[in-house]
Write a protein that binds this ligand. Sequence first.
Ligand code: ATP
Ligand code: MG
Ligand code: MG
Ligand code: MG
Length: 490
Amino acid sequence: MSAARVRTTFLDFFRNKHGHLLVPSSPVRPRGDPSLLFVNAGMNQFKPVFLGTVDPRSAMASYLRVTNSQKCVRAGGKHNDLEDVGRDVYHHTFFEMLGTWSFGDYFKEEACSMAWSLLTEYYGIPADRLYVSYFCGDAASGLPVDEETRQTWLDIGVPHTRLLPFGLRENFWEMGDSGPCGPCTEIHYDHVGGRDAAALVNANSPEVVEIWNLVFMQYNRDMDQSLQLLPQFSVDTGMGLERLVSVLQGKTSNYDTDLFTPLLHAIHQRSKVGPYGGRTGSADQGKVDMAYRVVADHVRTLSVCVADGVHPGMSGAELVLRRILRRAVRFCVEVLQAPQGALASLVPTVAHILGDVYPELHKEKERIMDIINDNEAHFLSSLQQGSRLIQRTLQRTEDSRGIFPASVAWSLHRDLGFPLDLVDLMLDERGVQVDRQELDRLSAENHKVMSELQSGALTRLTLDVQSLAALQRRGVPHTDDRLKYCYSLQ
Ligand code: ATP
Ligand code: MG
Ligand code: MG
Ligand code: MG
């Protein structure tokens, strides 16, 4: 089943068979919600409904049942999966969340039986490959076991052995420090089968992967942290499209599905290394395969974000996007040995894969490519200097226990604009680690200076000799520009 059909089967099932209103994905730049860097779940656009500040009866033409396919980015803030991307095969910085909502309409029984029927009857997933988790309660916060959900699953026919209790961390969903919250139940898929894999659920195993989260909004957490029952109970569910597609296409990796294979092929055409082999790990081929995954993931995120008006920049979501772009450039040029311009040239392939559902990708294609190319050109000379600096430093410190000097790592970040996580990755590939304690100290010191800058205590700003030298090298003469430069280091 193609990814496109998987998506429409989901939306049609909830729209045509169960009377849900299909709403479009909101842009990934959150509207009027400064607490978020990016939209990271389908429920974000319905936050006011859950909070009770908007009545769904008036806001959505009386529709109390809603479904959609939402563009999500998890690369910063509370949900940040950037570190996992490329290392595993099921976390992306950009992914699509297939969602359903009931605003005070149906509740646990219906939500669970609709989900089960879709997965097992419509998609034909064998029930003996599925595990279900439920909330086991938390005595300290006075929260009971979600017995209702447990019983619902038993009635549906899920055996005891596949019905697993988990605590607050896995199975109690909260929007933030206060606000609507409640227990959730999650469906996990065993990619291997024919064995008891209960121990692999929620254990970061690529063999048993979480696919669908069903949240039951029952409580409101007050500012004083107490919990009250909500006057109306709601349902909020979200399933990762890429993970579902990998299940339905019989693949153990999201990158082996039709959402990614044309992209991996296009990357190979531009690179001087062998094709993608689907390997993980740190051996040489593992390194190349990881680069393929990172570039494929990041170019999707860059395309979607730029199309929605988030550009690589100096703060907040923009800074996150700049970091993603620089990581992508580095893997493209250094590991995959692709020429300048290769990254941007992948955008039409992204538009080809996703543009029918998100037409802004077709419309904004040229602009996305220009922005990627401009930013790439800007970073490339720093990248070369940085790689040489790493090489030279390693030759100098070859015998010293594989610890890389923090001052050099910091200088890569501060003077050459390397994201620190990219420095980590580059060192990791060479089997060395940075002096973490010293790097944290340098970073904390920098933060202190930045907060002094922000609080207006400018007269107390003292630039060390190295910073001054770096500014001079870059020909930054004036205080104002120095200020801007300092902000750019955050
Ligand atoms: P995980 O435990 O695998 O990190 P999660 O519990 O953080 O997932 P939820 O917040 O429950 O995920 O989101 C609902 C669904 O969205 C998940 O069940 C999964 O299918 C999908 N999903 C979450 N994060 C990602 C991601 N980074 N890339 C792809 N799909 C994701
Ligand atoms: Mg997660
Ligand atoms: Mg999880
Ligand atoms: Mg989850």
